[in-house]
Design a protein around this ligand. Structure first.
Ligand SMILES: Nc1ncnc2c1ncn2[C@@H]1O[C@H](COP(=O)(O)OP(=O)(O)OP(=O)(O)O)[C@@H](O)[C@H]1O
Ligand SMILES: [Mg+2]
Length: 270
């Protein structure tokens, strides 16, 4: 397998800014996202971390307009996402979720080509792109391009989901608990994979998890959320060494020293 990945995305990443962002669902007692100001730099790997229901997915989904904010603004490279056509916006933003959602009757290659096809790329360019992406996620194109999703392991299907999200060279990649459904060993290898892909592509990644170790391991910057608020943002070392309050201290502090070591070597099941 050749590594052609350096040519995979010439685009780099986009800067993402949230300004006084609020989301309140109809009839909800409290806001799901409350007055969030956050800048994610171009090419940064940001991880939203926090307990179930704290608003991580809601915040993430405002970026590709699957959720419309009730107040505030989302800017991508300085442009308000509300001024973009939602469908066109989404084609330029990769999105990976826990339930991979590959089309069962499509082959791996067809699943990966969905967005390039919608964008009207020619056949040769699409074929090249599919092979390039399968190589990037370390699935041999000759062996995998014509398989159906049912002929893949859970981890392989999840990697195809990542390839599909990257197909049209998005400058922002959104990942919502993408590895939550696989076992710890596979999850560790998928984490290595996405860390390497990010190093090579420099795409801006916004990754959601409630797994502290996963967040500390992958993030350039951790964004800790609680009850709709962003309570702290910073590099993993800073979150561990200087938690902003008791909530963060409890979240990461069970065994901060062990975690610090764990972020420096491959994660194995503990
Ligand atoms: N479509 C919706 N309509 C109404 N309320 C919603 C909707 N989606 C989410 N909520 C509520 O908004 C809050 C935040 O939900 P969200 O899905 O963003 O949390 P989360 O941090 O992603 O949680 P999890 O880790 O469980 O996925 C929760 O109280 C949830 O019940
Ligand atoms: Mg969620």
């Amino acid at each position: 397998m050749t590594s052609s990945s350096r040519t995979v995305s010439p685009n780099g990443g986009a800067r993402v800014e949230l300004r006084a962002l609020g989301v309140r669902y109809p009839n909800a007692a409290a806001a799901a996202v409350h007055d969030v100001d956050l800048t994610i730099e171009a090419g940064e790997f940001a991880v939203l971390l926090g307990p179930s229901g704290c608003g991580k997915s809601t915040l993430l989904r405002t970026l590709n307009r699957l959720v419309e904010p009730t107040s505030g603004t989302v800017l991508i490279d300085g442009g308000d996402v509300r001024e973009r056509d939602a469908t066109e916006l989404r084609r330029g933003i990769g999105y990976v979720i826990q339930a991979v959602g590959l089309f069962p009757h499509y082959t791996v290659a067809e699943n990966v080509s969905i967005v390039p096809q919608l964008l009207g790329w020619d056949r040769a360019r699409i074929d090249r792109r599919v092979d390039e992406l399968l190589a990037l996620i370390r699935l041999d194109p000759a062996e995998y391009r014509d398989r159906k999703p049912r002929q893949l392991s859970g981890g392989e299907a999840q990697r195809v989901g990542v390839a599909r999200a990257l197909a049209a060279e998005p400058r922002v990649l959104l990942m919502d608990e993408p590895f939550a459904a696989v076992d710890a060993i596979v999850r560790a290898s998928l984490q290595d994979e996405i860390a390497r892909v990010h190093r090579e592509l420099k795409t801006t990644v916004v990754f959601v998890t409630h797994d502290v170790d996963e967040a500390l391991r992958l993030a350039d910057r951790v964004v800790v959320m609680n009850a709709g608020h962003v309570v702290q943002t910073g590099p993993p070392g800073e979150i561990l060494e200087r938690p902003a309050d008791d909530f963060v201290r409890h979240l990461v502090g069970v065994d901060a020293e062990t975690r610090r070591l764990a972020t420096e070597r491959p994660l194995i099941e503990r």
